[in-house]
Design a protein around this ligand. Structure first.
Ligand code: DC
Length: 223
């Protein structure tokens, strides 16, 4: 069974998707981490981010893997662990441009379909629309920009307090809006709500409330 959880940044997708996967005993797959890993690798190799032909050649050698240790998922490009660097501001600010490139999406779609050989909860932007249009359960998370920005600030404060000093709420809202705009207006597989998705506005809900809604909904689909 495939469960897809799509939506813009700051809606709690990652935390929710991990908990849903754990409760269902499914594999958890953060496809945003895949796009971030490609972006990290391109920056690391000084490849121009608009040169599709060089990027395409580079991707032929691209090796990505995930290791699940309890609640922690670790990400690797070849043998290098990239769990932390893929969350840097530099990667975040370039990932939307990289993820708009057709050669990048095609490479990662292949990887995502390999993961889907097992029961999986996928989180991303196009999981329920482009990648798994036949998924049994499709969820779309939304949230008010101010709430989403606050969540991202809190997360940054926990994970990278130094970087957090460079942001305030307005700057974070602008950054989220910029990414939403790029992600939802690109021509290939833009961020959009699947027609048959269960939509949850997470603004005034706790993580556990969102998880419960998804688990209850999933149970109705499994019957
Ligand atoms: O969920 P995130 O913030 O880690 O995702 C990073 C970026 O990756 C996001 O801005 C757009 C891109 N992305 C995508 O295009 N398609 C996906 N399925 C997942 C992420």
């Amino acid at each position: 069974m495939i469960v897809t959880i799509d939506g813009p940044a700051g809606t709690g997708k990652t935390t929710v998707a991990k908990k849903v996967a754990k409760a269902l005993r499914f594999v958890y797959c953060d496809t945003g981490a895949m796009y971030r890993a490609v972006t990290w690798a391109l920056l690391q190799n000084d490849l121009p981010l608009d040169d599709e032909s060089r990027i395409s050649t580079f991707l032929e050698q691209f090796q990505f893997s995930m290791k699940h240790d309890d609640d922690l998922t670790r990400y690797f490009v070849a043998d290098t662990e990239v769990t932390e660097p893929i969350r840097s501001t530099q990667v975040t600010s370039h990932v939307s441009a990289v993820s708009a490139l057709p050669c990048v999406r095609k490479t990662l779609w292949k990887l995502q379909h390999q993961v889907a050989e097992r029961d999986t909860v996928f989180e991303g932007r196009d999981m329920g629309t482009a990648v798994f249009p036949d998924a049994e359960v499709k969820i779309f998370l939304t949230g008010r920009p101010q709430v989403r920005a606050q969540r991202r600030l809190q997360e940054m404060l926990r994970k990278n307090p130094k970087e957090a000093t460079l942001f305030d709420e307005d700057k974070m809202i602008n950054e989220l809006m910029r990414r939403d705009e790029l992600d939802s207006t690109r021509s290939l597989a833009p961020l959009k709500c699947p027609e048959d998705a269960y939509i949850i506005d997470t603004s005034d809900l706790s993580i556990d409330q969102v998880v419960d809604l998804i688990l209850n909904y999933t149970a109705t689909k499994r019957d």
